[in-house]
Design a protein around this ligand. Structure first.
Ligand code: ASP
Ligand code: MG
Length: 440
């Protein structure tokens, strides 16, 4: 069985939605199709939810009306027969009646999440009706019947697997099984989600749960690139990546994948293929457990990083010091990304700064604290590059004219991370492109 996920832009226009239907039908075998909301919808729902949270009913209603118009014209382009257009209209008006119901009731975080879920619920229903019109043997399988997260907002892969088994067994003779990306139930059984961009994660969780042959993520670019195409003129798609390389890249910069996507796929060794809906002939990127050792695969940059430096003479030859430092971050539910230490100081980076002030107050008990906000991590990725000689020399040669604030390597053999000032990012990425990939 294959799992195919299509993102917002792949379903964002009626022609595109029809095209992915053709694409799905041209793929042999039974498939689970995971869809995002139409492009722009989740952003619109966030805006509506924010207005409602702020008590601005009128602004929310305006946004709802604009969104409704969008769907009214969308279905006109999607269905060819009067009968199906009528079904589409019924669906759209049902959804918007419900959204207005949510909007007029007491609006809290729970209703907000329920509102956010409407994007995927409507896109999958419209797509299902399109397949019905094309007389495709398909079914809609509600993600809210099997996708769940625990109290730490972690997906419950085993439970998902247990629920999916009987559900899929009852759909043995169905060619195309459609489900929603992004949405799930939380430990209170309420409607929740896997965070923005979470449809990729849904696809990977399903793929892992059913031990799919392959998980295909269809987007609007031709795979992961060796460098950031927004900054460096000449980049190329990488044809093969290992799970580890892809995880590092998904987190550091490459916006193409939800950062957690690789984890479930890697656990059960299900290959993830990134493909381009706009150019289906393009090879894309295949992510698996196979890799070529010792070659540079990609560089990526992540902005808005905060560096925290803790200097303490108490660290000298002490044990347990780092544990106490890390506990502060644990208590504040703040992940640490990079770390580098000397005998009397430790530097680390964090991405989320919601709890920065209280973290610093706590850390001051240990020594002198310096904080630098708005820094950039440059990350060089390659399978087992850490085991090769001359690798660091090449990287530092490329960065000869860039002041380096912090370096971390050896944590994994697949990654060298360097913190720099954002002003040097462009220079660093271009120079690494020239020096590591020979592209000028
Ligand atoms: N629709 C959700 C979002 O825009 C999930 C996704 O597209 O992956 O974030
Ligand atoms: Mg996405």
């Amino acid at each position: 069985m294959l799992v195919l996920k299509f993102g917002g832009t792949s379903v964002g226009k009626p022609e595109r939605m029809k095209k992915i239907a053709d694409l799905v039908l041209a793929t042999p075998g039974q498939k689970v199709v995971v869809l995002s909301a139409l492009s722009g919808t989740t952003n619109a729902l966030v805006a509506i939810g924010d207005h409602l949270m702020a008590g601005s009913q009128n602004l929310a209603e305006k946004e709802i009306a604009t969104l409704e118009k969008h769907y009214d014209s969308f279905i006109k382009g999607l269905y060819s027969s009067e009968a199906f257009l009528a079904i589409g209209q019924e669906t759209v008006s049902r959804f918007f009646i419900f959204m207005r119901l949510l909007a007029t009731g007491q609006f809290d975080v729970k209703s907000y999440r329920e509102l956010l879920a409407q994007g995927e619920l409507i896109s999958t229903e419209l797509f299902y009706q399109h397949l019905q019109e094309q007389k495709v043997n398909s079914r809609l399988l509600p993600a809210l019947h099997f996708m769940s997260i625990d109290e730490n907002e972690e997906p419950e892969l085993e439970k998902i697997e247990q629920r999916l088994k009987p559900l899929l067994a009852s759909l043995k003779n169905v060619d195309v099984i459609i489900t929603q990306g992004y949405i799930c139930r939380n430990h209170r059984n309420e409607i929740d989600n896997l965070k923005r961009g979470g449809s990729d994660y849904t696809a990977s969780l399903i793929g892992a749960a059913i031990r799919a042959e392959e998980i295909q993520i269809w987007t609007d670019i031709d795979g992961m690139h060796n460098n950031d195409p927004r900054i460096v003129k000449k980049t190329f798609p990488i044809s093969e990546l290992t799970f580890d390389e892809a995880s590092e890249l998904a987190y550091f910069g490459a916006k193409i994948l939800h950062p957690s996507t690789i984890v479930p796929a890697q656990k059960y060794n299900v290959p993830v293929r990134l493909k381009n809906t706009m150019d289906e002939k393009a090879e894309g990127t295949i992510i698996s457990n196979k890799g070529i050792e010792g070659t540079f695969k990609a560089v990526a940059a992540k902005d808005n990083i905060t560096v925290i430096n803790i200097k303490s003479s108490r660290m000298l030859m002490a044990y347990g010091f780092l544990r106490r430092v890390f506990e502060v971050f644990e208590q504040h539910k703040t992940p640490i990304d990079m770390i580098s230490t000397s005998e009397v100081a430790v530097s680390l980076t964090i991405d989320g700064i919601d709890n920065l002030d209280s973290i610093i107050t706590e850390l001051k008990k240990f020594g002198t604290i310096e904080v630098e906000k708005n820094q950039t991590i440059i990350c060089v990725v390659g399978h087992n590059i850490g085991k090769q000689k001359g690798i660091l020399e090449k990287v530092f040669h490329a960065l000869a004219s860039v002041p380096v604030r912090m370096v971390s390597c050896g944590g994994s053999n697949n990654n060298i991370s360097i913190v720099i000032e954002p002003a040097f990012k462009e220079r660093a990425l271009i120079s690494l492109n020239e020096n590591l990939f020979g592209i000028r």
